[in-house]
Design a protein around this ligand. Structure first.
Ligand code: NAD
Length: 436
């Protein structure tokens, strides 16, 4: 296997960046390099299993890092030993190279834990999409796709939605990519991007997939705890794709939603919030702030909500040395990527708060992206029942591997999730060898 690093010249003049995601109260955590968190998590797991030093060296870095300069955009391809690079595309002002690097590495672990034949990648453009018209966003998306050129491809690197990107943006990526191909090859390339609208080759169940996968995991966890999901109380940070779908799927099961926070503020109601109604309100109002059937609460009060489960489904570094002591829950189900930093994690472990780690907990999105990719390749169209039942089977299998690994290594679930991923990656490198 080639260790090829085709790292592109850094045309955007990237400095070693920091990711500082302000929380909604305006509190800005200390400058934090997100990739350092990945490295520490990775090192902890590698040390515990005496990981092969050569494979460790390879996985410690990205394979390719492409920067696009015009606006500032990145595509980081972390690893493709198990299959094509795969990962979302984010539009956000805090996007920087370290953030994208971290998110790309997490994708490699995630696809390995989910046991789907993909590697890991991530992309991002450093913009605030709310400041652009729809036409401008279309032009930015198309220009970025064009600039990436052959760095993406249906059997090479396959983008998908992430923060502030959606099926419409995926349709523009598809159209731009296909427009650059010879006409007779276009029909066979719809799987260059996933998370597309249904009529453009999308899959049933992709939109809700990450939230749905999270709920399947919660069901597994509740079963192990001899609890019923329908009796759980919970609160959610981030009410976009992941957070709002998780809440809307949990509602008919009977779980009680106590509070929700997004970039506009936080609202709470001890008697329970109607997820569907709040979602409709947020769609029209641009956020949850001002929702009339709840009271506004500040960020720390929100985080202190007494509940069974907290679902962070927004940005990184929300559970930290400052905020972890505020939590009053049994379980954190990480719908978002990297919501917990290193210190936050240690505090949760000391306090006995369980964690369904991001690389396990939000794998539903990439699993159904894989189903979309397969359907496109085979010219098939699966119904929702088929997608959901296959998703459930894969989420349950991933849950069991991580749970059993945590128990046999007597370690925390995040480290166990890394061990599951690293063991699968190590096997591939050992079987194929390292070229030359
Ligand atoms: P989204 O753009 O649909 O929603 C993001 C939500 O976060 C919005 O409700 C926004 O208001 C909220 N938010 C932003 N800044 C905030 C702040 N400072 N405080 C509180 N809330 C804030 O994004 P999404 O697709 O739901 O992604 C959310 C997280 O889930 C990200 O970490 C993403 O990487 C991860 N994820 C997404 C998918 C997917 O399929 N979309 C899959 C796996 C993981």
């Amino acid at each position: 296997m080639s260790i090829g690093t085709k790292t592109e010249p850094n045309r955007a003049g990237v400095k070693s960046g920091t990711t500082v995601a302000p929380d909604v109260s305006g509190h800005v955590a200390a400058p934090h390099n997100l990739f350092d968190t990945v490295r520490r998590q990775f090192d902890k797991a590698c040390d515990l299993i005496s990981f092969d030093p050569n494979v460790r060296r390879i996985l410690a870095k990205s394979t390719n890092e492409i920067s696009v300069n015009f606006f500032t955009g990145y595509r980081v391809q972390h690893n493709s030993s198990r299959g094509p690079f795969k990962g979302g595309l984010r539009f956000h002002p805090s996007v920087d190279i370290n953030e994208v690097r971290a998110l790309a590495a997490w994708m490699t672990w995630k696809t390995a834990i989910a046991d789907i034949p993909f590697g890991g990648a991530k992309g991002g453009i450093q913009i605030d999409p709310s400041k652009y018209s729809k036409r401008e966003l279309e032009r930015i998306t198309r220009r970025f796709t064009f600039a990436l050129g052959d760095n993406i491809g249906p059997e090479y690197d396959i983008p998908a939605p992430d923060v502030n990107t959606n099926p419409q943006i995926m349709a523009w990526i598809l159209d731009t990519y296909l427009s650059t191909m010879p006409p007779h090859t276009r029909q066979g390339a719809a799987h260059v991007v996933t998370g597309k609208p249904l009529v453009s080759g999308g899959s049933q169940g992709r939109d809700k997939a990450t939230g749905q996968g999270l709920v399947y995991l919660l069901e597994e966890w509740a079963k192990d705890q001899k609890l019923s999901v329908g009796k759980l109380s919970y609160f959610v940070q981030g009410f976009g794709n992941v957070g709002s779908w998780a809440a809307r799927i949990l509602a008919p099961l009977g779980a009680k939603l106590l509070a929700v926070e997004d970039h506009t503020g936080a609202v709470a109601n001890e008697a329970g919030l109607d997820a569907e109604d709040l979602c409709n309100f947020a769609r029209t109002a641009g956020g949850v702030r001002g929702y009339p059937k709840a009271k506004p609460v500040d960020h720390d009060t929100f985080l202190s909500t007494k509940a069974d489960v907290f679902i962070p489904a927004a940005l990184e570094n929300q559970i930290t040395a400052r905020t972890a002591p505020l939590l009053n829950v049994r379980l954190v189900a990480e719908g978002g990527n990297g919501p917990t930093d290193w210190d936050g994690d240690s505090i949760m472990q000391e306090r006995g708060i369980g964690v369904l780690p991001d690389i396990l907990c939000n794998a539903g999105g990439v699993i159904v992206s894989y189903f979309e990719w397969l359907q496109n390749k085979r010219s098939e169209f699966w119904d929702l029942e088929e997608v959901d039942s296959k998703l459930k089977r894969r989420m349950s299998a991933a849950y069991r591997s991580v749970r059993d690994t945590a128990s046999s290594y007597k370690t925390d679930w995040r480290t166990a999730a890394y061990i599951v991923a690293l063991t699968r990656l190590e096997t591939v490198y050992k079987e194929r060898g390292i070229f030359p």
